[in-house]
Ligand binder design. Sequence first.
Ligand code: MSP
Length: 507
Amino acid sequence: MNDPFYVTTPIYYVNDEPHLGHAYTTILADVLARYARLRGQPTFFLTGTDEHGQKVQDAAQARGISPQAHANEMVLRFQNAWENLHIANDDFIRTTQSRHTRVVTTILQDLWDKGEIYQGSYTGWYCVPDERFWTEKDLVDGNCPDCGRPVEQLEETNYFFRMSAYQEWLISYITQHPDFIRPETRRNEVLGFLRQPLSDLCISRPASRLSWGIPLPFAPDYVTYVWFDALINYVTAAGYLSDQDRFERLWPQVMHLIGKDILITHAVYWPTMLHAIGLPQPKTIFAHGWWVVEGTKMGKSLGNAVRPLDLVEIYGTDAFRYFLMRDMTLGRDADFSEAAISQRYHAELANDLGNLLHRLVNMTQRYCEGQIPAPEALPDATTSDLRTHTEILIGETFARVEALALNEALIAIMEVVGEINKYLEHTAPWKLVKQGETARAATVLYYAAEALRLTSLLLHPVLPEKTAELWERLGWQLPARLADGLHWGGLQPGAKVNSGSPLFPRI
Ligand code: MSP
């Protein structure tokens, strides 16, 4: 259990506008990292940007500035977006940083020395005006898919990684490690892909065509193919070739979170690269599905439709995070709609959770002089049940998170929130007070408030800001060691509660 938890997101193309797809993977990684921290696991959460390649070079050229200056400007959009979404990453890697280019260069030289990379010739369809290669299947009616003009077959000298040599090895590795590629549908997809002969991987581009990349150390008139460069970020940031101890602790535990569209690069290119380098494999590569709107993948191409990140301004960051975690069954595609966010917001966050807090604070102020009461009366069966269910929920939540069933974790947590609401209805402390049963009323309020404190602690990874606000109202503070808060009895009788505006105001 005290193995470290190392989680990564894909590094995003720096040219893109941060969109829902990027936000989703990053929030997912953040939520998993926060759960790991909550249970006291040493955690390392990495995200970053992919900054080399043709598109960045072209965009910079169009603006008349250097690609580095362009990237330096663009990266801020991601960094600001993540701050806005309460992402608490431990590191942010950029592929143009010297810590990374150094590692890529060393790996390339090493693979070249070992004979894992060779010079060969590449034949493809070349669009002269666009200065880029396309594969046969990219072409539209035999023409360039970008500009529609005719393409010509061109042969070019390049450098290749002997990926094909590792096909059999990879198949048996995947077969023997059922948790390596998840979920199972994706694992089968990769095994299906590996039924065709695997070719070698072209890992270079002539600098005359594309100069914005890491030069090959053994052939400086070539730069490294962006994917070969980008995948290596995951070992660079873990300390490979810079902090070997740290690297050895972290690397075997790594979980790569990716979207299903970048499965082959992560589950075929990357493992064979690691194997050739002589490094162990990641623990898990998990590919999630897409957010779709009426069946169409959402991304920047859907610019005219709902801009999901705009909804953050309406519903708030935490509610947006809640919706994304609640409405996607990991591994499958999920539907994104504003109506669905609004429904979850009002029914679950505003009514069930927000109102519960409001009622509890109100009653504590009216019946207990604004202080958390001491649970003096012996708990009856319903009261004991509430405690038991809340305590059981702790272990169950972590088990569900570990199984990456975040939606189920949230459903179960919200069920207990519902149970606290029903408990108050059923025990009716306002009646107990009228009947002079103040000790019993105090016990009810204590149990309800403590159950809410614990369930909200389990919601903290998803709702970091709102739960902190909630605890302030309950007169409780997060302990320095978060896991210390995960026991019944954290609320101290006598703590002062605070009223305030609704946690989730109606919209
Ligand atoms: N730069 C590469 C990754 C290199 S990792 C070594 C890249 N970048 S990207 O900017 O295109 O990031 C794409 C990520 O966002 C992928 O994981 C992709 O699946 C995800 N999404 C893009 N649109 C998406 C949805 N509509 N829904 C969910 N995620 C999708 O690829």
